[in-house]
Ligand binder design. Structure first.
Ligand code: NAP
Length: 247
């Protein structure tokens, strides 16, 4: 890992932050891309305080020129990006018949097109290096569906399709592309759903075979494996990390 530079989108919070910390502690140089530049910088500072190498940049995954500029800055400060983890995402919910075009477009723009743009911007550098790892964070809702979350589930299902097709196209360059669909992980996104009364931890824990809520570190552990040398024969896969909720 010490030779590697990783970009983690949405890396200032929740799952992305745990992944950024884990990859840095495994020795990678880490760049955190997040909408909130101050939060990205403070996440990077906390990684550096712990002995890792990290920078935080304000990058909106819906802004393609911004993504390109971010990758250029990473190249000059940390070296070429050969690991990309797409964790930036949002949820919006509501009855399907009341969903506006704007809500649908926003869900797709951040969750799906943002992932597409980051992959397309980072892949040429990985091809040049002859090695690469992409991990796209999707959602366990692609297995189960979720009522009143049509746009989110559709976007995340698109991420699974994007992952599988990219894996086939880039396998010959030493690049793997996989997706982790997390299920029920304790992050600010989940806390917000809790505060709005959309779900209860007790009820959801009961439905989870391992009998506990997931931790961001559970996803980070799976991601650390997928970006490692050990996982060079694992590509195009959907690696569920959900406490057995979806099998
Ligand atoms: P989170 O704590 O809200 O983290 C998401 C991060 O993405 C935030 O820092 C957010 O920034 C950032 N972000 C949002 N829009 C962005 C944009 N346009 N450009 C760059 N960054 C952007 O949520 P999380 O639970 O860790 O979620 C991480 C990923 O896991 C998401 O893709 C989510 O859909 C997926 N997921 C989570 C769960 C779960 O149980 N938690 C389950 C299934 C899937 P701001 O805070 O500034 O908006």
């Amino acid at each position: 890992m010490t030779e590697r530079t990783a970009v983690v989108t949405g890396g200032a919070s929740g799952i992305g932050l745990a992944i950024a910390r884990r990859l840095a502690s495994d020795g990678a140089r880490v760049a955190i891309f997040d909408l909130n530049g101050a939060a990205a910088q403070s996440a990077a500072a906390s990684i550096e305080e712990a002995g890792g190498k990290a920078i935080g940049l304000s990058v909106d995954v819906t802004d393609r020129p911004g993504i390109e500029a971010g990758l250029d800055e990473v190249r000059s400060r940390l070296g070429p990006t050969t690991i990309l983890v797409n964790s930036a995402g949002i949820t919006l919910d509501g009855p399907f018949l009341e969903m506006t075009q704007e809500t649908w477009d926003r869900l797709l723009a951040i969750n799906l097109t943002g992932t597409f743009d980051c992959c397309q911007a980072a892949l040429p550098g990985m091809v040049e290096e002859g090695w690469g790892r992409i991990v796209n964070i999707s959602s366990s809702s692609v297995h189960s569906g979720v009522a009143r979350m049509v746009g989110y589930v559709a976007a995340k299902s698109g991420v699974v399709g994007l992952t599988k097709a990219l894996a086939l196209e880039f396998a010959r360059y030493g690049i793997t592309v996989n997706t982790i669909p997390p299920g029920f992980i304790d992050t600010p996104m989940l806390q917000e759903a809790r505060e709005r009364g959309l779900m209860s931890v007790e009820q959801q824990t009961e439905r989870t075979p391992v009998g506990r809520i997931g931790r961001p570190e559970d996803i980070a552990g799976a991601c650390a494996y997928l970006v490692s040398e050990d996982a060079s024969y694992v590509t195009g896969q959907v690696i569920g990390v959900n406490g057995g909720r979806n099998t």
